[in-house]
Write a protein that binds this ligand. Structure first.
Ligand code: KIV
Ligand code: ZN
Length: 496
């Protein structure tokens, strides 16, 4: 028997607290609609008392979404609860998430109060919220560092006051998985009315243990998890939705499942990353761009024989259409043959041997080998139509409008275009677009310094969307604009 784990998504509340990730109301609605398609059970849409913008977002998300429960956060304060009630008035299904600190550190230093007083304030908040809504969830802030006996007393009192969900946050990401699992077990065993409520957990990732702690909690009786897309959130973030979803799907022996449509994970991750302007780290579990990129020859060879050798889940499970066997200097003949077959060439073994030697020479020079490179290796120069940068000139600064002139050789013929933009990179990309004329959307743009210093080489990664597929490009140069154009062209040259 497998138990259902409810997914409480807090991307729009805790996630949005991450520095630089603020969203406007229109963007929040877009994400909320996508979360509904993904199949989350609850959307925490904001903290209405905190700002007029947050209040309005809860109102608009409530109107835009019908299946998931819409939840609003409050402190254990009547004014916060009044604002939440008002903001939730259009929600078809609603919940108030109220609470107060439960650790002695919070009780003494944040509230300058006593355990008894704080417990009474929590109970009063739940009773007050219950006057307006059926579903009240209580959070015991910093439960991770709270004394278990006091926590149990508090949880029992708020359930008696009408809370049907009790949320146990590891607010500071302090607990270890054993400890957090034992805390949930302790509550199951010591809170007399625990069967009248669902235990929820909310873990932070300060020590990199948010996902492990959430799984430990599930194994000990939690039946709702608070998570965010891409693990975005306050400081080091929250438990990431995609990790929990795929752990439960991949490890069916845990006997727990979610109602998510996991094939919507990747598009949701991309949307959140784009709207929050927060790139996903390349090696991020599940949704990082390397998460399914098998690079070493031995792995690629095994994978082509049987995917189970190196793949515990399929890229298609999370909505990635095609897993890329990256072609690099470490790739073997089998990976090269796989790609040549895909492009319609079926080289005989001797021809493959010869092409493989040329491929290795090229791969030593080029970090990633694109389809056009393979076509060229197969002698198909006409089809390849390679793009080369001839010149890039930009004008920008505080007193002139950014403008770029780019000259490219496409399939051996030179073309030049000049464009204006809101910055030099934008102008340069627009100039490239005028020459290449492919309908692409820039999904991600990431600049990194390779080492240190102002004379350093800059590395640029871009991700372009074209006809439902994503194409990655990389460029490096001491001039960051040139590196950007190189990366853009690299991605464009992969369009098939
Ligand atoms: O981290 C935390 O404790 C929170 C609560 C408001 C649930 O975000
Ligand atoms: Zn939090």
């Amino acid at each position: 028997m497998s138990d259902q784990i409810m997914i409480f998504d807090t991307t729009l509340r805790d996630g949005e607290q991450a520095p630089g990730c603020q969203l406007n109301t229109v963007e929040k609605i877009e994400i909320a609609r996508q979360l509904e398609i993904l199949g989350v059970d609850v959307i925490e849409a904001g903290f209405p008392i905190s700002s007029p913008g947050d209040f309005q977002s809860v109102v608009e998300v409530s109107k835009a979404v019908s299946v998931p429960v819409i939840c609003a956060l409050t402190r254990a304060v009547p004014g916060d609860i009044d604002a939440a009630v008002e903001a939730l008035k259009f929600a078809k299904r609603k919940r108030i998430h109220t609470g107060i600190g439960a650790s002695d550190i919070h009780i003494q230093h944040k509230f300058n109060s006593t355990r008894e007083d704080v417990l009474a304030r929590g109970v009063a908040a739940v009773k007050y919220a219950r006057k307006f809504v059926e579903e009240v969830e209580f959070y015991a802030e910093d439960a991770g560092r709270a004394d278990n006996a006091y926590l149990a007393q508090m949880i029992e009192a708020v359930i008696a006051a009408g809370a049907s969900y009790v949320n146990i946050p590891d607010t500071t990401g302090y607990c270890t998985p054993d400890e957090f699992g034992a805390k949930i077990r302790y509550l199951k065993e010591h809170v007399n009315n625990i069967d009248q409520a669902i235990i929820s957990v909310h873990c932070h990732n300060d020590l990199g243990m948010a996902t492990a702690n959430t799984i430990a909690a599930i194994q000990n009786g939690a039946r709702q998890v608070q998570v965010t897309i891409n693990g975005i959130g306050e400081r080091a973030g929250n438990t990431s939705l995609e990790e929990i979803a795929m752990i439960l799907k991949t490890r069916q022996d845990l006997a727990a499942h979610t109602n998510l449509d996991t094939t919507k994970i990747y598009p949701t991750s991309r949307l959140v990353s784009r709207l929050m302007r927060m790139p996903v780290q390349a090696n991020k579990a599940i949704v990082g761009r390397n998460a399914f990129a098998h690079s070493s020859g031995i792995h690629q060879n095994g994978l082509l024989k049987n995917r189970l050798t190196y793949e515990i889940m399929q890229p298609s499970d999370i909505g990635i259409k095609d897993n890329s066997l990256d072609l690099s200097a470490r790739s073997g003949r089998s990976a090269l043959k796989h790609h040549l077959d895909r492009l319609g060439y079926s080289p005989e073994p001797t021809e493959l041997d010869a092409v493989y030697q040329e491929f290795l020479v090229l791969a030593d020079r080029k970090k990633q080998i694109a389809d056009d490179d393979l076509r060229q290796l197969m002698g198909d120069h006409a089809a390849a139509g390679g793009i080369e940068i001839v010149a890039v000139d930009v004008h920008s600064g505080t007193s002139i409008a950014p403008k770029a002139t780019v000259k490219l050789a496409v399939g051996g013929t030179e073309h030049q275009a000049t464009a204006a933009g809101n910055g030099p990179v934008d102008a340069a990309f627009r100039a490239v677009n005028e020459i290449i004329k492919q309908p692409v959307v820039l999904e991600e743009y990431l600049v990194q310094a390779i080492t240190h210093g102002t004379d350093d080489t800059g590395k640029v990664h871009v991700q372009l969307a074209h006809n439902g597929h994503l194409y990655y490009g990389f460029g490096a140069d001491t001039d960051i604009i040139v590196a950007s154009v190189k990366a853009y062209i690299d991605a464009l040259s992969k369009l098939t």
